[in-house]
Design a protein around this ligand. Structure first.
Ligand code: ADP
Ligand code: MG
Length: 892
């Protein structure tokens, strides 16, 4: 010891103290004494200083060694105490040692003091060192425990028998046992599921016998178990610590549930990516392809091994590279992109349409490390979209060109949508329809509203589609017919949710249907009228023929003559009527020529002024340019007369009759709206009056033969029928506009003809030529007429043989093959005129032929027009006409 010992010395006798000090010094112990001579000094010293040693006298006045001993042990327990006494009993000495004194010796044997001090100091030193070591050990144990408890891994120590010695906090947390529960129990029972226990036990047993274990020192994944029996995957590392007796094992266990789950998730994700139909791949920021799924192989045709590591530009057509860059830049900045449509090149060089989505891929710090791409083949979709568009386009075109209007009713909102075409069908400007069901009903003709509402109601009940036809009144008063069809969409409760439908303007079609009906009616009446006129003409020819003969034969003074003249006059009137009827039924035989209506009109002025009363002003407006048509002049004149007379009759109190000739071009619309009329250039003849006009009922029946509103005797009802027949025979058309009390306007269109008007040849003079002994065969089925013709011709000096039909005529011809002329009816039962003629001409080519008829027949006329070069006699004919025609033909 280098420093002097600090000694607290309790001694009341200075002499004794001195002796002890000297003795210790002489025995080589360097000491520093603090002397106390009683209780107070002693205790003060103990509280003020720390000492290496206490030497205390045993007997002190008012104090004793035992008390001092106790005091020092209380205040400085580690300091050794040596008691010194002048006299002492054995008993006292034992007591002192019992109380903890280090030594006890007598003042008379101070030679023992120094060794006792030395020993005491040594012992105290040893005690102190041991104590410090114990503290250090305890501290290190605590630190170790703290470390064990602070780590996240489970650390479990066990002995060679597998009994748990240590169990850290992480282990408590992970396995659900407290330290107290775990320590002392076999680890296998604690944390190994029963099914695995023998495996691990075997491993341990093998180690104990061989010093080697399969899992020792390596990281092994095992299934462990918690206190509640649930299992968890752990990673286990076991280290063996060899102590001199038996090895101790330390197991480090790590719960890898989360990592396992993440692994599984990753594996699942990878499986999803691989099974995806989309191409999913990733591209590094250096544009190198990093990953490539099966979908990408299919889409692009490259195997993963062919593209991974190559530049992405491999896939990008040059034209699309520019568009891609901004998207890549965006993804590289960490922004997720929206799908965009582009094109890519497949391995085989073909182009595909794709939808591409680029997204940034980040590492754990959020830094973008690559870009993921999801591509989908949209070639088919684009084709489908294009096809759909084309279909829509076609549909739109079809609807628009067919002028089909579309409506769409949303019953949940009550909104009714109309297409522009539909609005137009109601006479509305685009976008002006009010958009409700009520507004729609409002536009319907009041008479038709009930029917429409009923159709809709029925459809609602039955759930079937519906059609309806109704009129609408346009804002300008125009009435149109519409055809509608609708379809209701019902929900699962049968409630209407939506209705859709179409509408078409049926006005034109209705008009045409009506026109067609009218035309068919006219045709039927025409057939009838034509047949009547045919028979009638035969009768009239007979009546007029005999009248003529009798008038000729009777003396001028005969009193029967005036009556006969009346009969003849009536016969002429009747002949006029049949002519009208024939004209109406288009059976009149006509000779059309090129006519200028200006010229015709001009020529009729004198006649019109005779026809029209003075209180009617006639205004004729003609055009300087020619107004040429091809028609029968007589028919046209008759037509004008009929219209003028009607106009006159409509103006009993006077007025204006205006006649106007002009040139027009009728368009396709007009032609479509009027049956049998072609578009093109026409001459218009308008005849208008300021008369009383007519009601729609009269207007509807105007052209029917025998339809008249005039008193019996003053109207025949044939005037307009004739007009109608003539106009339609000439390929023309008539428009009638009439307003009650204001007047009527007839507008006649006749096709404009080109060419130069032929000079009208004057008819040859029909002087009554007498016969030169020629013979004639007359063929006529009507008995009266046959007799009349025979009589008339015989009176003219001809030799006449008559036949009632073709068979008789052929027999006559065979008996008289040198006959000069055949005069034959055209229409006869049992072989018609032309057929008979052909037979006879075969035997005698120079035989002359005259046809007679009151009626057209396709055998001698085409469309009512006489074939050129044929001699033809109109029935009814006069004796004069007959004689003239026979003579002229025989003289040819
Ligand atoms: P009719 O003159 O013999 O009666 P129409 O065939 O010429 O026979 O005419 C038939 C009917 O048409 C007439 O009775 C008349 O009611 C009507 N009508 C013809 N023209 C006119 C007109 N200009 N104004 C008013 N009504 C007319
Ligand atoms: Mg008339």
């Amino acid at each position: 010891m280098t420093r002097p010992l600090k000694v607290l010395h309790l001694e009341d006798r200075p002499r004794d103290a001195e002796l002890i000090h000297e003795r210790l010094a002489s025995d080589g112990l360097q000491c520093e004494f603090r002397l106390a001579n009683g209780k107070a000094g002693f205790e003060a010293a103990l509280s003020e200083e720390t000492f290496d040693l206490i030497i205390s006298d045993y007997n002190l006045p008012g104090y004793d060694g035992i008390s001092a001993l106790k005091r020092s042990q209380a205040m400085q327990p580690d300091v050794p105490v040596i008691l010194v006494s002048g006299t002492v009993s054995e008993e006292e000495a034992v007591k002192c040692l019992q109380f903890g004194a280090t030594d006890y010796l007598l003042k008379g044997r101070l030679d023992r003091l120094a060794p006792a001090v030395r020993r005491a100091i040594d012992e105290a030193q040893t005690r102190l060192t041991r104590k410090r070591a114990e503290i250090a050990l305890a501290q290190s144990e605590r630190r170790k425990a703290a470390i064990l408890d602070s780590v996240l891994d489970c650390i479990i120590t066990m002995d060679a028998g597998g009994i748990v010695i240590e169990f850290n906090t992480a282990a408590e947390r992970t396995f659900g046992y407290t330290k107290a529960e775990a320590i002392g129990r076999p680890l296998g029972e604690l944390i190994i599921p029963p099914a695995f226990r023998h495996v691990h036990a075997d491993g341990l047993a093998r180690y104990l016998s061989t010093g080697r274990a399969p899992f020792l020192g390596t990281v092994t994944e095992i299934t462990a178990m918690r206190a509640d029996g649930s299992e968890l995957p752990v990673e286990l590392t076991i280290t063996a610590i060899h102590s001199e007796h038996a090895p101790i094992f330390t197991g480090v266990l790590r719960d890898i549930t989360a990592r396992k789950r993440a692994d599984e998730t990753r594996a699942r994700l990878a499986a999803i990516v691989d099974s995806s139909d989309d191409a999913i791949f990733s591209v590094g920021l250096d544009d190198v392809i990093l990953t490539w799924n099966a979908g990408a192989e299919r889409l692009y045709g490259y195997a993963a091994s062919e593209v991974i590591g190559r530049q992405k530009n491999l896939l990008v057509p040059a034209a699309k590279a520019g568009g891609l860059q901004p998207m890549m830049d965006k993804a590289s900045r960490g922004e997720a992109g929206a799908p965009f449509e582009t094109q890519r090149i497949r391995k085989d060089g073909s182009l595909i349409d794709i939808s591409l989505t680029l997204s940034p891929m980040t590492d754990s710090t959020g830094r973008v490390i690559s870009v993921s791409a999801i591509a989908r083949d949209i070639t088919e979709r684009n084709k489908a979209v294009a096809a759909l568009r084309a279909a829509e386009e076609r549909m739109r075109f079809a609807l628009q060109s067919a002028k089909v209007g579309i409506w769409d009713m949303d019953f949940t909102t009550g909104v009714l949508q109309w297409s522009e075409v539909l609005e137009a069908q109601y006479g509305l400007q685009p976008g002006t329809f009010a958009g409700t069901f009520d507004a729609f009903i409002e536009l319907i003709h009041p008479d038709d509203r009930g029917a429409v509402l009923e159709a809709v109601a029925t459809a609602r009940q039955s759930g079937t589609d519906f059609t309806f036809q109704h009129r609408v009144i346009w804002p300008d008063g125009n009435v149109r017919w519409l055809n509608g069809a609708g379809h209701l969409v019902l929900d699962e409760h049968g409630e209407r949710i939506r209705g859709i439908g179409i509408s078409q303007d049926a006005t034109e079609r209705r008009n045409q249907e009506q026109q067609l009906q009218q035309a068919q009616k006219m045709e039927a009446i025409g057939q009838l009228a034509g047949g009547v006129a045919h028979d009638f003409n035969n009768l009239l020819t007979v009546i007029l023929g005999y009248c003529e003969m009798m008038i000729e034969d009777l003396a001028r003074t005969n009193e029967c003559l005036p009556g006969l003249l009346q009969i003849q006059q009536a016969g002429f009137s009747a002949a006029g009527l049949t002519r009208q009827l024939l004209a109406f039924s288009r059976k009149e035989i006509i000779s059309p020529t090129l006519l200028d209506l200006n010229v015709v009109m001009d020529g009729m002025r004198p006649m019109l002024s005779r026809l029209i009363r003075e209180d009617v002003e006639v205004v004729i407006s003609l055009r300087p340019e020619p107004a040429q048509v091809t028609a029968d002049r007589g028919q046209i004149e008759q037509l004008i007369v009929n219209l003028a007379v009607n106009a006159r009759d409509a103006m009993p109190k006077g007025g204006i009759l205006s006649i106007e000739v002009s040139s027009v071009v009728l368009g396709r619309d007009y032609a479509n709206a009027h049956l049998g009329v072609a578009a093109g250039p026409y001459i218009s003849l308008a005849i208008s009056d300021t008369g009383e006009g007519m009601t729609p009922e009269v207007k509807a029946r105007l052209f029917e033969p025998f339809f008249t509103t005039k008193e019996v005797g003053s109207g025949t009802g044939l005037g307009l029928a004739m007009v109608h027949g003539v106009v339609s025979q000439n390929g023309g058309s008539i428009d009638v506009a009439s307003e009650l009390g204001k007047g009527t306007s007839f507008r006649i269109y006749l096709p404009r003809a080109e060419g130069v008007e032929a000079a009208v040849e004057p008819p040859p003079p029909t002087a009554r030529a007498r016969a030169g002994g020629e013979s004639i065969i007359v063929v006529e089925d009507a008995d009266g007429l046959r007799t009349l013709i025979t009589t008339l011709l015989e009176r003219l000096g001809y030799t006449v043989m008559s036949a009632a039909n073709a068979g008789q005529a052929i027999k006559l011809f065979e008996a008289h093959p040198d006959v000069d002329l055949l005069l034959t009816d055209v229409v006869m039962p049992g072989g018609n005129g032309p057929e008979l003629t052909a037979t006879l001409l075969a035997g005698r080519p120079e035989l002359k032929v005259i046809y007679m008829s009151g009626y057209t027949d396709e055998a001698i006329v085409q469309h009512g027009v006489l074939n050129p070069g044929i001699a033809f006699l109109h029935k009814p004919f006069t004796a004069e006409a007959l004689g003239g025609m026979v003579r002229a033909v025989l003289d040819r």
